[in-house]
Design a protein around this ligand. Structure first.
Ligand code: ADP
Length: 372
């Protein structure tokens, strides 16, 4: 089945036409620098009509949706009722769900004769056990306001889990480090997410491009009380001005590595802080699963930065995690070679770089849903 994978954010439309059985990318198109809802709609119209014009009409459309809330724990065939539900979840993902809803509505209008499926970034984490899902807040507050951990990047974490299990021919305990602009770590046991570093929102966990990750919630109270930050200003501070950007002025890891090697101390410090946080989560999730068989690195930083990978597993030899430095330096997973081993011969744990491919993952999930 030829599935068109559509991944629409507030500023870009990424698309790929994928033969779901073989995983082959037949064609792909991207539109960047979108700056309004009207722009987004017209980008979707343009992309869809370009595929038609090239005689590449899809048999189904797979849409990436960030937040599926409590309800959507599996890919779901789209209709007006489902779309309205997704729209209602916008309160949980105000930056991500609204553009997806706009794009889906437009795509349903432009291509009414093929099935559309929503694939959710939270769904893989529906298996989180209660002890990993709940915050220690009063029961009535949590229940009344629906406060709980959801986790994100599930489309790629589950893609990595399935690819690695297939590659090693076992069902390993995996710690998957998705290090992109956003970043999260997931503990995966028997193919299921058992803990993950992002929480109710994508703000929790690792140091990211522009997000701080874990901070003492008391800091937020302090900032709020200072009078300098209202709710909107805090939102902007935590989502857009923190993390690597806050520490160094830029959010691009490549640039930060370059400046660090030229002697920039802020960049050196940011790399240390970033890698230390990842290392803490690896240790924590090894403890959560009573051990670990695979550490996987994925996402733009995880796939490409040998420096960051090395720093993230420093001092983890006590867990049986050791890198082969030359393999690590050379490793660049690609479409033809999506999984590259990085561990030394004596490493008890497999250390792998795994190519993220969200378009392939959502196309496959949609095809499986429609085949059922
Ligand atoms: P997104 O989360 O937006 O999909 P990506 O997964 O593409 O982002 O990751 C983007 C990040 O990957 C950027 O910080 C970029 O600098 C970093 N990156 C890409 N290539 C390299 C590289 N060779 N070395 C270090 N960082 C890299």
């Amino acid at each position: 089945m030829r599935v068109l994978a559509l991944n629409c954010g507030s500023s870009s439309v990424k698309s790929a036409l994928i033969d779901a059985a073989s995983g082959r990318r037949v064609h792909e198109m991207q539109v960047e620098k979108i700056d309004s809802e009207a722009d987004l709609k017209s980008a979707v119209v343009r992309v869809l009509s370009d595929y038609q014009r090239l005689a590449l009409a899809p048999e189904a459309v797979a849409h990436r949706v960030v937040h599926g809330g409590e309800k959507f724990v599996a890919p779901t065939r789209l209709d007006d009722a489902v779309l309205n539900e997704i729209d209602r979840l916008s309160v949980l993902a105000p930056l991500h769900n609204p553009p997806a809803v706009t794009a889906i509505r437009q795509a349903l209008q432009s291509l009414p004769d093929v099935p559309h499926v929503a694939v959710f970034d939270t769904a893989f984490h529906a298996t989180l056990p209660e002890h990993a899902r709940e915050y220690a807040l009063p029961n009535d507050v949590r229940q009344r306001l629906g406060i709980r951990r959801f986790g994100f990047h599930g489309i790629n974490h589950s893609h990595v889990a399935a690819s690695v299990a297939d590659y090693l021919q076992i069902s390993p305990r995996i710690i998957c480090c998705h290090l992109g602009n956003g970043a999260s770590v997931t503990a995966i046991e028997q193919g299921r997410s058992v803990d993950t570093s992002m929480g109710m929102t994508p703000l929790e966990g690792l140091v990211m491009g522009t997000r701080a990750g874990d901070v003492d919630p008391g800091v937020l109270l302090q900032l709020f009380r200072s009078g300098e930050f209202g709710v909107e200003a805090l939102d902007e501070l935590l989502n857009k001005r923190s993390g690597l950007k806050g520490l160094t002025g830029v959010n691009d890891m490549r640039e930060i590595e370059k400046r660090a090697s030229a002697g920039d101390e802020n960049c050196q410090r940011a790399i240390t802080l970033y890698a230390y946080r990842v290392r803490k989560y690896i240790g924590a999730y090894a403890a959560a699963m009573g051990g670990v068989d695979v550490v996987a690195f994925t996402g733009g930083v995880g796939e490409n930065s040998s420096l960051i990978r090395a720093r993230c597993v420093e001092r983890l030899d006590f867990l049986g995690i050791t890198l082969d430095e030359s393999r690590n330096r050379a490793a660049r997973p690609s479409a033809d070679d999506p999984i590259v081993p990085l561990g030394s011969k004596s490493s008890r744990v497999h250390v792998l770089a795994v190519r993220a491919d969200e378009e392939l993952a959502i196309a496959r999930e949609a095809a499986m849903t429609l085949d059922r």
